[in-house]
Design a protein around this ligand. Sequence first.
Ligand SMILES: [Zn+2]
Length: 314
Amino acid sequence: MKFGLLVCDILKPIMRRIYLAPLFLSLAVAALLSQQSRVKELAPGVWFWQGDRTIQEPANCGWVIFKDYVLVIDANYPWGAKKIIPEIRKTTNKPIRFVFNTHYHGDHAYGGSQFTAEGASIVCSEDCAIESRGKGQANWDRNKAEGEFSLKPYFLAHPTVTFPQKMVFDDGEHRVEMIKVGPGHSKGDAVAWLPKERILFTGDLCVNWKFGNNMADPDADHLNWVKALETMAGWAPRLVAVGHGTLGEVPTLRGQAAYIQDMWKQVSDGRKRGRSADELAKSIDLSRHQPFGGDAERNAASIKAMYLKAGARK
Ligand SMILES: [Zn+2]
């Protein structure tokens, strides 16, 4: 009896572990798959990393593996960069030499110091570099978040390689053209265009999710933004790696342009009729533009930001 009890006591935890093993295994596999599904090879040597807003890594990123080095597109937040670097390492052991930031906003650029620690230099348009040192640093200094998403353990690494309108990386195998198309979403927006693969990385000039665009940058130029989207649609990209949300195509660029243009028209017409920003934010319906206009609250914030611009233009 005693012996039987003893055997039972010994076996119970073992049996419990055996019962729980499949659960632990499936959780581990799910975690692995969720990381893997964030990484996609769009063409040989051209990689896309899917952002995830639920864990405060909303911005998409990418990297291109040249013969001698890796060029990263958008640095993400520091905690995002810490996940991206090991993913890059799974695809190549070449040095990460450059990080191209499409614009200076924190979710795309604040992780730069993680890459400079790897020996990389940060590249962006001249206007983007000015914005990084001005608005970017000021926003960083104002950020008082604590805990997991605190910026305190990090510093903001500013761009050190800049270009006025265009810079080209081309080693005969890959060609990446960095082209300034802003002001649009910010003053210094530039995109990465891979003409051989016909892949375009847009930053926040184009998104493909229901949470809208942040239209509130003080240097945003909504009309030029629409023009930039139309120009890029004219390049006929096969794939559009947007700033947020899932991969898009040419209709994504055109849909994004239609959403901004419609908003601009309704805001500027309403303003001319003497309507207030609050009235327009309540009355303008952009829900027909999917997925761009899917979030009424964010549309309202964008309408109010655009209202100030419409006033400045008259
Ligand atoms: Zn942005």
